[in-house]
Design a protein around this ligand. Structure first.
Ligand SMILES: Cc1cc2nc3c(=O)[nH]c(=O)nc-3n(C[C@H](O)[C@H](O)[C@H](O)COP(=O)(O)O)c2cc1C
Length: 365
């Protein structure tokens, strides 16, 4: 209740008005505040007492998650808030997407709120400080794979450097993987952002097969006894046949999970008031994505024993419950956090879990 009043009624209206509505500046300042929070042990403890109540621990891909709801990739690309996400109620955080080489991303403006639709549109284009910088930051925070230095498991999302040709993508992903595997509890392979030209073509059967095989083989070389799990993140815009193909590649290639979904190029479910902004190029997230993300999660979960991490348009606890009901093993939020703040995470952490949400093999695979 206090979280709900504090964020949705007080802080959010202020944030949405700040900097003349420049959503990226608000994002940067908020992230800075979250990073500062992470520097103070007493502040972290106080925040955790308010926000962090994990009710449903679950082991997925051999990783013990203290709660079902995690922070989706893209919110904290460079890991600046790594120490704070657990105290804000998240049961894991997916840092990144980082690329092998640092890059500036697309020109601003590139992030737009669509308040009447409960959505966000972005074409950030993997602005990030690079895999090396993230590895250094995680090392400085005392993070090593599996050591829970920040209280929760950390995933690291890797993508392709924009200037690297698609034909050389595998080497670029491998370079990020090598640098980050010592710190990541899982590595998410992002082949589904709509904002790097050609990236989503890496989801095509043969291309994805080569990429997943190379990454999984590398994890086995790096740690033969306990290779870091590789998850693959897919787009909501794939047709059923393409989803089936991607799934088959993930299963045969040794991926340990699928994250569904990234943002959509579709423009369904938008309020008239947001029409002008919706005409901007980029990927759409939040409420306009809820239905499609649920369809994709249901489609995948019905066809695989691999865990499916459900993300896309979780704006309410009911949206999260719906994804669990169709078989999601874990949840992630991004846009819902912008609109609902810590209260949404607390509500999702309180969710009842369906009697038999996943088969034992899926929940522990
Ligand atoms: C501003 C912004 C940046 C994002 N950056 C990334 C990213 O770097 N990597 C990634 O895999 N997904 C990224 N995403 C996608 C989210 O992780 C998530 O899959 C998508 O937004 C759907 O979830 P939501 O409706 O809860 O936002 C980004 C989303 C937004 C809104």
């Amino acid at each position: 209740m206090i979280l709900d009043l504090g964020y949705r009624r007080v802080l959010r209206p202020l944030l949405f008005r700040a900097y003349d509505g420049d959503a990226e500046r608000v994002h940067d300042q908020t992230l800075r505040a979250i990073a500062r929070l992470g520097e103070s042990a007493p502040a972290l403890r106080a925040t955790a007492a308010l926000c962090a109540r994990h009710h449903h621990p679950r082991t997925v891909a051999g990783i013990a998650f203290p709660g079902l709801v995690g922070l989706a990739a893209g919110m904290d690309k460079n890991g600046v808030g790594v120490r704070a996400w657990g105290s804000l109620g998240f049961g894991h955080a997916e840092l990144g997407t980082v690329t092998a080489q640092p890059q500036p991303g697309n020109p601003r403006p590139r992030l737009f709120r669509l308040p009447a639709s409960g959505g966000v549109l972005n074409r950030m284009g993997f602005n990030n400080a690079g895999a090396e910088a993230l590895a250094d930051r995680l090392a400085a925070a005392g993070v090593r794979r599996g050591n829970r230095a920040v209280g929760i498991p950390l995933g690291v999302s890797i993508g392709k450097t924009k200037t690297v040709p698609l034909a050389e993508a595998t080497g670029d992903y491998l370079s990020s993987l090598r640098r980050l595997a010592p710190y990541a509890d899982y590595v998410a392979v992002n082949v589904s952002s709509p904002n790097t030209p050609g990236l989503r073509s890496l989801q095509d059967g043969d291309t994805l097969r080569e990429l997943v095989a190379a990454l999984v083989a590398e994890t086995r070389l790096l740690d033969p006894d306990d290779p870091v799990p590789v998850f693959v993140k897919v787009a909501p815009d794939l047709a059923e046949s393409a989803l089936e193909e991607a799934l088959a590649v993930c299963e045969s290639g040794g991926a340990r999970g699928i994250i569904a979904t990234n943002t959509t190029l579709g423009r369904d479910g938008l309020a008239a008031a947001d029409a002008a902004r919706a005409a901007e190029a980029g990927g759409l997230s939040g409420s306009p994505l809820t239905r499609r993300a649920r369809q994709v999660v249901a489609f995948l979960a019905a066809r695989t024993e691999l865990p499916v991490i459900g993300v896309g348009g979780i704006m309410t606890a009911a949206d999260g419950q719906a994804l669990l009901d169709v078989g999601a093993a874990l949840l992630q939020v991004y846009t819902g956090y912008i609109f609902g703040g810590p209260a949404l995470v607390a509500e999702l952490n309180r969710l009842p879990v369906p009697a038999d949400p996943t088969s034992p093999s899926r929940s522990t695979a």
